[in-house]
Design a protein around this ligand. Structure first.
Ligand SMILES: Cc1ncc(COP(=O)(O)O)c(C=O)c1O
Length: 457
């Protein structure tokens, strides 16, 4: 094979000439750091510097980077069957993955539909719910969602996400959605779920539920979609399983389908395999991605119960679910997911989850009364808090630029959501690496009043 020609530019310069990065203001943000290798919780840059991945590379990685077991399975599959059309044909990796997911998903799920990522998993879930009613000739045209929710960047998933800076330019093209607050007294969530069975925190009062009941009793709502226990991109807002359970029961009483978006919370993130395991009631539809392949390959899954699936079975072809992507159930991605599941069900994985939860709980205890922060909170392996700044608590708070650069200078990858700092590590992260992150955060907090936040507007 031909050697790559010598190029005098650095990788970062070549990147800047040709690539448009996600969620990045290309005019003002610094050049990206080229990464050449990953191992466990570390990413290694071109210059040899190692960085601790404190956010699991946008919440996808659970077992660590370049995991040799997953890599070896992917390589073997790539040499056997890399891809085939998934309408009319099928393959073993998809079948095995569907069987194994249905075994571990919260009860009553009966079918698996494959797609490409978290946003498409949500699109599929929404389309299943809307067409479920359509196929029966029942007219329901509203969706219920949480006010600060985030479900992806495609049009359907944007529609059910909060109206925010992410959706501002597209508002008139989004379908209408009715919002309710998450069930916590203060809107942010000071709750703590830090042991597999124990969650503490405040429940909303009766008025909250009465208002929801009033809103939804019109019978027009097709589905309620939500991120269970943690609203991720909307600011790591946390709420209690018991509060969600009551909300779901109210929706069920009003014949509203339940779609749970476990794209971020699935596969151990909240301390149980799936966040919905904290609840007695179960959803009609579940959306999964991110940790599904251990963070190695893009894959989305939407599962549903028999009630949903049966509404599409008909001799009338118009009742078919006419949705599909070129790479539906890609065999290499399914193989990566199977390998990740092998690792996920090993006892050492959940032991690591428990260890990370304990370390995180200790850290939250340590900082919760610090004068520079507020709302220290934890759900499972995720901790978050707000830095107190003169600006508002929002994604656009300018401190985020300063903070991201500050952490990178200390060889840590954290990408605060405005003034919300959160830690969401791969489960294989060592206690020393976590301590390193905590020490850097504490040094930041000690100096926070004297720091100028980069002055970037
Ligand atoms: C809860 C939730 N749903 C959906 C998505 C969209 O996933 P993707 O970025 O893979 O499209 C995200 C992404 O962060 C998410 O957190």
């Amino acid at each position: 094979m031909k050697e790559t020609n010598f190029n005098p530019l650095t990788l970062a310069q070549r990147d800047h000439r040709t690539i448009w990065h996600p969620d990045t203001q290309m005019l003002t943000e610094p050049l990206p750091i080229p990464m050449v290798k990953g191992k466990d919780a570390l990413l290694f840059a071109e210059d040899g510097t190692s960085y601790i991945d404190g956010i699991s590379s946008w919440w996808v990685n659970i077992h660590g980077h370049a995991h040799p077991y997953i890599a070896q399975k992917i390589a073997a599959q790539a040499q056997t069957l890399e891809h085939c059309i998934f309408a009319g044909l099928t393959h073993r990796p998809a079948i095995e993955l569907a069987e194994r997911l249905l075994e571990i998903l919260p009860s009553a799920q009966s079918k698996i539909f494959f797609s490409d990522n978290g946003s498409t998993a949500v699109e599929v879930g929404l389309k299943m719910a809307i067409q479920y009613w359509f196929n029966q000739g029942i007219h329901k045209n509203k969706i219920l969602a949480f006010r600060h929710g985030y479900h992806g960047d495609t049009f359907g998933s944007m529609s059910v996400s909060a109206r925010s800076v992410f959706t501002m330019a597209f508002e008139k093209y989004l379908f209408e959605v009715d919002y309710i607050d998450i069930p916590v007294p203060d809107g942010v969530g000071g709750g703590i779920c830090n042991s597999p069975d124990g969650c503490t925190g405040e429940m909303p009062d009766e008025t909250y539920y009465e208002n929801v009941k009033k809103k939804i009793n019109s019978g027009e709502y097709a589905a309620f979609i939500f991120e269970p226990l943690i609203l991720g991109a909307g600011g790591m807002r946390m709420y209690l399983p018991a509060a969600l359970e009551r909300l779901i029961k109210i929706c069920r009483d009003n014949e509203i389908l339940i779609i749970t978006d476990e794209v971020m919370t699935g596969f151990g993130r909240t301390g149980k395999r799936f966040a919905m395991e904290y609840l007695q009631v179960q959803p009609d539809i579940i959306c999964l991605s991110k940790g599904l392949t251990g963070g190695t390959m893009a894959l989305g899954v939407t599962s549903c119960n028999a009630k949903i699936y049966d509404a599409f079975l008909s001799t009338d072809k118009l009742k078919t679910f006419l949705h599909g992507h070129s790479f539906t159930a890609n065999p290499i991605a399914c193989t990566a997911a199977l390998a990740s599941l092998d690792l996920f069900i090993e006892s050492s994985c959940m032991e690591n989850v428990t260890r990370v939860i304990e370390q995180q709980a200790h850290f939250i205890k340590q900082i919760k009364n610090h004068a520079a922060i507020k709302n220290a909170r934890q759900t499972g392996t995720v901790t978050a808090f707000e830095i107190i700044t003169p600006g508002e608590d929002s994604y656009m708070n300018n401190i985020r630029y300063y903070l991201s650069e500050f952490f990178l200078k200390h060889h840590i990858v954290l990408r605060p959501l405005g003034n919300t700092i959160y830690i969401l590590p791969p489960y294989c992260i060592s206690n020393n690496e976590l301590k390193n992150i905590y020490d850097v955060i504490i040094s930041l907090l000690e100096n926070v009043t004297t720091l100028s936040f980069g002055g970037r507007e």
